[in-house]
Design a protein around this ligand. Structure first.
Ligand SMILES: Cc1cc2nc3c(=O)[nH]c(=O)nc-3n(C[C@H](O)[C@H](O)[C@H](O)COP(=O)(O)O)c2cc1C
Length: 190
């Protein structure tokens, strides 16, 4: 099984990075390989709403997203990690998700299958935030990620929503979260 981890924070070594790496270590403990895609290292534009994908099923914007699309189609597992920014996901992750409008076009306008084998992938979401936990803190981000998973034919298999983490590396003071991430990784794809 191929697993892709989409990492959406602009901050290297920050809280979502550390939690994601612990989850990945848990997954890899089972001999499953995880490819981590660091969005800030890619060169891609936001969706330009040109509408070409509605006719062709292909995104007309020629940038790094073109090498990502086939990997998402082939992956059986997709993890998304992001800090909460203004009650939503990071700008990097939102721009990435919007570029999957081409999958929406394939699915709902052109009626192409998203995955060749027809089997839904398994999706998992990690989010970190500075504020205290509340009903609304992660709600916007969850809606966005659920909508993304739906369009790429991935089931929302679970999440880790971690509040009260502000400064870089704050999560190291909460070892229970890191243990939870590793343990979750160990069982997520078996
Ligand atoms: C631009 C920006 C917007 C933010 N907006 C929120 C917010 O709406 N709610 C919140 O709880 N924390 C917010 N934060 C704090 C981050 O979510 C928090 O520090 C998080 O742990 C950062 O994750 P990272 O270390 O993985 O980058 C914001 C931080 C930045 C830089």
């Amino acid at each position: 099984m191929k697993v892709i981890a989409v990492f959406g924070s602009p901050r290297s070594g920050g809280n979502s990075d550390i939690i994601l790496d612990h989850l990945i270590k848990g997954i890899e403990a089972n001999g499953i390989c995880v490819e981590k895609i660091i969005l800030r290292n890619l060169s891609f534009s936001p969706c330009i709403s040109c509408g070409r994908c509605m006719q062709t099923g292909i995104c007309a914007v020629n940038d790094d997203m073109q090498k990502i699309y086939p990997r998402i189609v082939e992956a059986g597992g997709i993890i998304v990690a992001s800090p909460i920014y203004f009650m939503g996901v990071s700008a990097q992750l939102k721009a990435f998700i919007d570029r999957f409008q081409v999958f929406w076009s394939r699915k709902y306008i052109l009626h192409f299958p998203v995955r060749k084998d027809g089997v839904a992938a398994k999706g998992f979401f990690i989010a970190t935030a500075a504020r205290h936990e509340s009903e609304e803190l992660f709600a916007g981000a969850i809606k966005t990620v659920k909508s993304f998973f739906h369009v790429i034919d991935a089931e929302y298999a679970g999440d880790m929503l971690c509040s009260e983490l502000e400064e870089k590396g704050a999560v190291y003071k909460k070892q229970a979260i890191l243990k939870q991430a590793f343990d979750t990784g160990k069982t997520l794809f078996i």
